[in-house]
Design a binder for this molecule. Structure first.
Ligand SMILES: Cc1ncc(COP(=O)(O)O)c(C=O)c1O
Length: 429
């Protein structure tokens, strides 16, 4: 198919809800390491990584070799039979899980991983109420949307009984109008207020992203999660860390984003970067929580040999190449340069994130902090013209998300920053 035939077929044959970033959809035809190429053969430096999914570079040879070998050996039998790829991955996850004896349940997406986490929390506690955070994103199923605190991603009748929302830790736009640290992390106390005023007092749990991804890489202060996790447990609930974006070393040095806060969760969920683009969802839980799911449950494709062999190869590669450390050091290098850009371009109101998960919140001016969604769209187009791919997010659509593969170098960052600087300058002109 030609580029135009692809765009036309997409327009005519896909649900219009399948949206694209650009005025003219960007048709990509191949990718390698940190680069992708469009239908005309033009190269782009990919600093969005397929929405934080290409964790070890496009077409990683080590991951692909494992997948190629597996495809010719055993492709699918379903989870009613035991296979080595699923067992080996579960063993590996248990090794790096937040606590001893953790068990895994595999599905095909982050949405399903979160569904299972909520189910496990409800089975374990016997309660049904769940606390989520405003500005969160937890998936696209009925439950996923109901847990999502962002109107843009709640289609149809997305509200479900038993889910209530606390304020998030959005320091740049504090929901209480306070300033950190004199605020004494007031937002964390809101979780207690919500439990006491909107639930029976005993809850099944709380689900939260260590850094809110779709919400625009909103990064809570360091005390936030230890306060919140204690409140949740004091009310009988389990604490679920949605690591779909923050897992696998992305935030630097640690496997799980929640470890940056010194908190041990009861359940973690993963997807995206775990298998470098092969569909996978992971719900991992401490043994008591996992064992409480007593009735039979099944995911036909979950735990399949191809995606689990890929995921194991990804984790091995991250370990072998010390990529969590690279996320910290190259991430710090990137952060320094983004802060330099902030001093140069008034449109950058906030720079935030951890490791190789960094964001720029764009504003009309740094004093009013009025969101700049139109300018953000313009910047996305300019970045494309300058040969870099970035992501967009935030409730107002005014946050640029930067999340390259974990094995990028400082030289890649230099090229990226040069192109981003030029894109910002061309937008301002
Ligand atoms: C934090 C978080 N949780 C869950 C999901 C849902 O994952 P999936 O799209 O694989 O269903 C996403 C997707 O963006 C996410 O960012």
């Amino acid at each position: 198919m030609t580029k135009d035939e692809i765009i036309l077929a997409q327009q005519e044959c896909l649900f219009p809800a399948v949206f694209h970033y650009f005025r003219e959809p960007l048709v990509l035809t191949r990718a390698k390491d940190q680069f992708v190429w469009d239908a005309a053969g033009r190269q782009y430096l990919d600093f969005f990584g397929g929405i934080l999914t290409v964790s070890v570079g496009h077409s990683n040879p080590q991951v692909n070799a494992a997948v190629h070998a597996q495809v010719d050996k055993l492709q699918h039998v379903s989870t009613v039979f035991a296979t080595e790829p699923q067992a080996a991955l579960a063993r590996k996850v248990a090794e790096i899980a937040p606590g001893p004896g953790w068990k895994s349940f595999f599905t095909c997406s982050g949405t399903e991983a979160n569904e299972m986490a909520i189910l496990a929390a409800r089975c374990y506690t016997g309660s049904s109420d769940i606390i989520a955070l405003r500005h969160s994103y937890h998936g696209r199923s009925a439950m996923g949307m109901a847990l999502t605190g962002n109107q843009g991603w709640r289609l149809g009748p997305a509200t479900q009984p038993g889910i209530t929302f606390a304020h998030n830790a959005y320091c740049y736009r504090c929901p209480f109008g306070l300033t950190y640290p004199s605020c004494e992390v007031r937002c964390a106390q809101d979780v207690k207020e919500v439990i006491r005023t909107t639930t029976p007092g005993q809850i099944a749990g709380m689900i939260a992203e260590p850094i809110q991804g779709v919400g625009g890489f909103i990064t809570p202060p360091k005390e936030y999660f230890s306060i919140v996790a204690k409140i949740v447990r004091d009310h009988g609930g389990v604490f679920i860390s949605d690591e779909v974006q923050t897992g696998w070393g992305r935030t630097g040095h640690r496997w799980w984003g929640i470890e940056q806060y010194g908190v041990t969760p009861d359940v973690v969920t993963g997807a995206k970067g775990l298998a470098n683009g092969f569909p996978i969802g992971l719900t991992a839980a401490r043994p008591e929580v996992a064992n409480s799911v007593k009735k039979l449950t099944l995911s036909t494709f979950g735990g399949g040999p191809i995606s689990t062999v890929a995921a194991k190869a990804v984790i091995d590669f991250i370990e072998q190449e010390n990529l969590a450390a690279n996320a910290a050091t190259t991430g710090a290098y990137l952060r320094g340069h983004l802060e330099e850009l902030q001093r140069k371009h008034r449109i950058i109101g906030d720079v935030r994130g951890m490791g190789l998960m960094q964001a720029l919140e764009l504003v009309q001016d740094p004093v009013s902090k009025a969101p700049a969604p139109v300018e953000t769209v313009r910047l996305m187009e300019a970045a494309r013209d300058h040969g870099i791919l970035i992501g967009k997010g935030g409730l107002e659509g005014n946050v640029v998300r930067i999340s390259p593969p974990l094995n990028v170098s400082t030289a890649d960052v230099d090229d990226f920053i040069k192109a981003l600087d030029a894109s910002l300058t061309s937008c301002a002109a």
